[in-house]
Design a protein around this ligand. Structure first.
Ligand code: PGU
Length: 422
């Protein structure tokens, strides 16, 4: 008996093999893996329209001038050090981030009903918020996400202890919002579920509800279903070019006095992708609850990564707290949004010139960083193989990856793919 147990517990390593020999090769990430494949492609004409990251007219990543200024200021300020931050990060950063999304005159902030924690960009904010809900939410631990949505949502929330389900959002026939389908699915969901909403510039569809539709959604959330809305705000400023306009839906939901979660990212709007700067704000009904929520939020964060990093959040704090830099940032942000919009026109016109079969109006109508082209997986794979043009398999293209030089090439490739497979 003892002998057989001993032989069972002999590890492969002790026997000379690897303890990990059974580990299977995992697939590349559906979005970040596109860049891996793109980097391996030796073609001089390759174009990456995969990852949602801004590029200049020269096809280069953009370091905002205002970010550069803030960094120069940071490195020359000898009073700064690299001490640990508190568990929820830089206090001033948190306050400014809450103001940015909720409005500087937000009653919720004035009434001390907002808890904000600096987190690791949008992803980290969603994960921390998800973990908190998994532990403490008294409603249904089910989160409804739009179909389709940013793929990572479906991975983040189950790991945080929430069941993820989808609601109808996009109608491929109209290439617009399936508003009726959405409301029907929401009405059929259990009362008290969590509802994930993209605050603006929905990824991947580029389709946002109108203000009237937001109002209809809000009424279902508040009056019919007692849902907890959780906004993912990764593109504030990228949808309309205006930070305030893009915060409209979040402010409307917070303005009715109900509870809201919101995850903010500075990856896109400040171009701070690699710095991993974001914030989770939890808006509750009473200040006393906010205090207790914050204490528990710290218990979620502490064993996860202890405390957040300081550099990126210091940049954001400087920019948001200086009137001059804040104005400069808004101009640079608007220039990015405008260039993306002009790419929409150029690509649309190029397809029209080529008389590419189909209606391409949605390229003009969709909002934010992406166009959900309607190209099939087969067409996407064909364009990658034949033309070295990379996009996600669902036919999403990052408009920021286009420029005047590549538009004709991309339009030619789309034209060929559409003609070949239609
Ligand atoms: N939420 C949404 C809706 C997003 O599109 C993204 C990024 C995030 C959150 C997370 O951004 P952070 O960088 O963590 O702040 N989506 C991009 C970037 C690549 C990726 O998948 O992370 C995209 O291309 O969809």
């Amino acid at each position: 008996m003892q002998d057989s147990m001993a032989s069972l517990s002999v590890s492969p390593a002790a026997a000379g093999g690897s303890c990990f020999a059974h580990v299977q090769q995992a697939p590349e990430d559906p979005i970040l893996g596109i860049t891996v494949a793109f980097n391996k492609d030796p073609s001089p004409v390759k174009v990456n329209l995969g990852v949602g990251a801004y590029r200049t007219e020269d096809g280069k990543p953009l370091l905002l001038n205002v970010v550069r200024q803030a960094e120069l200021h940071l490195v020359s300020d000898e009073s700064r050090n690299k001490e640990y931050l508190g568990i929820t990060g830089i206090v001033h950063f948190n306050k400014l981030s809450a103001q940015l999304i909720l409005g500087s005159d937000s009653p919720a902030i004035a009434e001390n009903r907002v808890v904000t924690a600096q987190c690791l960009s949008g992803t980290g904010s969603l994960r921390v918020g998800g973990e908190f809900l998994g532990r403490h939410y008294s409603g249904q631990k089910i989160i409804y996400v739009p179909s389709p949505t940013w793929g990572n949502h479906l991975k983040i929330f189950p790991l945080a202890g929430l069941e993820a389900r989808t609601y109808r959002y996009y109608d491929p026939r109209t290439k617009g919002l399936d508003y009726e389908g959405m409301l029907e699915d929401l009405r059929a969901a259990p009362n008290g579920s969590i509802l994930l909403l993209h605050a603006c510039a929905h990824n991947p569809t580029g389709v946002d509800p109108s203000q009237e539709q937001w109002e209809g959604i809000r009424r279902v959330v508040r009056e019919e279903k007692q849902f907890l809305p959780f906004f993912d705000c990764a593109y504030q400023g990228f949808a309309s070019g205006s930070l305030d306009n893009d915060a409209w839906a979040v402010r409307r939901f917070v303005g009715d006095g109900g509870e809201v979660f919101v995850a903010q990212s500075y990856a896109k709007n400040m171009g701070l992708y690699a710095e991993r700067v974001g914030a989770l704000s939890i808006i509750v009904k009473e200040p006393a609850v906010a205090t207790r929520v914050e204490s528990q939020l710290k218990l979620v964060i502490r064993p996860m990564y202890s405390t957040p990093p300081t550099h990126g959040a210091s940049i954001v704090t400087l920019i948001l707290s200086s009137k001059k830099w804040f104005e400069e940032w808004k101009e640079e942000l608007k220039a990015m949004a405008d260039r993306i919009r002009s790419m929409r026109h150029e690509l649309f016109n190029a397809l029209k010139e080529r008389q590419t079969p189909g209606n391409w109006e949605h390229i003009l109508n969709q909002i934010g960083m992406f166009t959900f082209t309607g190209l099939s997986k087969e067409q996407v794979e064909y364009m990658r193989r034949e033309d070295h043009i990379y996009m996600t398999l669902d036919g999403r293209i990052s408009m920021a990856g286009l420029n005047s030089r590549t538009v004709p090439q991309v339009a030619d490739a789309i034209h060929r793919a559409v003609v070949k497979f239609s």
